[in-house]
Ligand binder design. Sequence first.
Ligand code: AMP
Ligand code: DBH
Length: 535
Amino acid sequence: MLEGCNDWPSDFIQRYQGAGYWAGKPLHSVLSDQAQQTPNREALIDGPRRWTYAQLEQQAHTLAAGLASLGIVAGQRVLVQLPNIAEFFSVTFALLRLGAIPVFVLPAHRENELLHLAQISDAVAYITVDTWLGFDYRPLARRLRDQVKGIRQIVAVGQAEEFTALQDCLNLSSTAPTLPPSPREVAVLLLSGGTTGLPKLIPRTHDDYLCNARRAAQAAGFDAQTRYLAALPVAHNFPLASPGALGTFSVGGTVVLCPEPSPDTAFELIERERITHTALIPPLVLLWLEAREWDARDLSSLQWLQVGGSRLKAETAARIQPLLGCNLQQVYGMAEGLLCFTPLDANQAEVFQTQGVPLTADDEVRLVDIEDRDVAPGEVGELLVRGPYTIRGYYRAEEHNQRAFSDDGYYRSGDLVRRLASGLLVVEGRIKDVINRGGEKIPVEEIENLLLAHPSIGDVALVGLPDELLGERSCACVLPRVGQTLDLPSINGFLSQQGVASYKLPDRLLLLRHFPQTSLGKINRKALAEQVAAS
Ligand code: AMP
Ligand code: DBH
């Protein structure tokens, strides 16, 4: 396995292979198998552009040769920062074929995150787009090129300027290596929401990620008739493989790309492309429901809406069927692995009030107290998990892994969860230092560390505040240096200058003279959050 990754112990490998969770195939077999079996079925739609399985496979094949001729070889990491455009998939399948490892950077990420990811992954190349939704990625590419020595190739979709145009990679006459990657190797590196400092990288193998996509497709009832609208950014685990696009490909369905998830754009595509399934985070559900009050599009093709990423309120859940005319499936997932779905035949209370059951019988879930003892049935505890598609360690993070995993290999999710007598799980809260802003995760420590460098800030704590729309918003609680004053636009300007993704910028600023403290003299975050909520 790639250096810097923790493999499963050999008894677990045998067990997962023996039970058929691991199919022993490369991840891109979701495409190539369908290209063999149903070459003329529609695989991918991006605006007016359409690909059958055979065409997408051919494109990935040609592109693999092109990328190989740029010098990209098996095992190397390649930063992929692409929005919901078809090239996301041709590039990803091309890299997978080569055994090169895509690192999925979110389109919202900026210099701060990108440089960090380039460094920890030792990436050799960056594949991006010219501009998207008003943002020009080429200046970002220049800063990456100037600041990270290891980046040898930069490829851009569209107007590449001084970089290599992706289009040109399709015309490079070279042949891609024919040796497929080992299914036990790392296929992709996903980003975690992170708890300490900057995002961690999550190594997912061909075997485990294929298991993730296929089993999720089963749990969601996907089949060859499925027309999946990718409304969330496909670089994220939920729309990528839970079951998302890869799950849809695995059953021969059709993926329709939605450039951004506004109701206007999405409803038009649902109507035009007869979408059957899509996935959203809770704040977008609210937006879609609201838009439905005046929107008259025909959404009758939509059968299932999956919602996950943060806790969905039961009252919101109850409005989905009446307003959107589709069923709801709740999804509780994590890029580290474990996925839970409400069963397709669950009753209304179960669908509205729970986050479902783990995908497989071999997802070993424990709910524990702070001493790592199992809590009594029905009590809330931290969810620990190991299983056939849950990682055993973050990439190159030995020290952090000591804390994030138990000695016997369980991932400590940081989520507080209750198990009902029926086996269904309910997410009740969390103990990790992350603010969940409607599904987008803000690592508290990363933002605090950046703010500490501000000349007027003496100390800072970032806390989450309850919010109707997003579930939670962030508030920077700041102790200004003597004689200094601050406002929200100036600290957000300061963060933006350092290239922080905008969803991580504090929504509020509160200036304080001192922080409430615990008996050990640490910041009492709970008391602080209560103080902010009351202010
Ligand atoms: P990440 O580790 O960045 O992939 O984020 C996964 C985290 O998102 C989980 O550990 C939960 O804290 C949160 N999450 C995901 N889905 C749900 C959900 N349906 N309800 C509540 N929290 C969720
Ligand atoms: O929040 C997540 O990371 C998430 C939510 C739902 C996820 O990774 C998933 C489903 O796969």
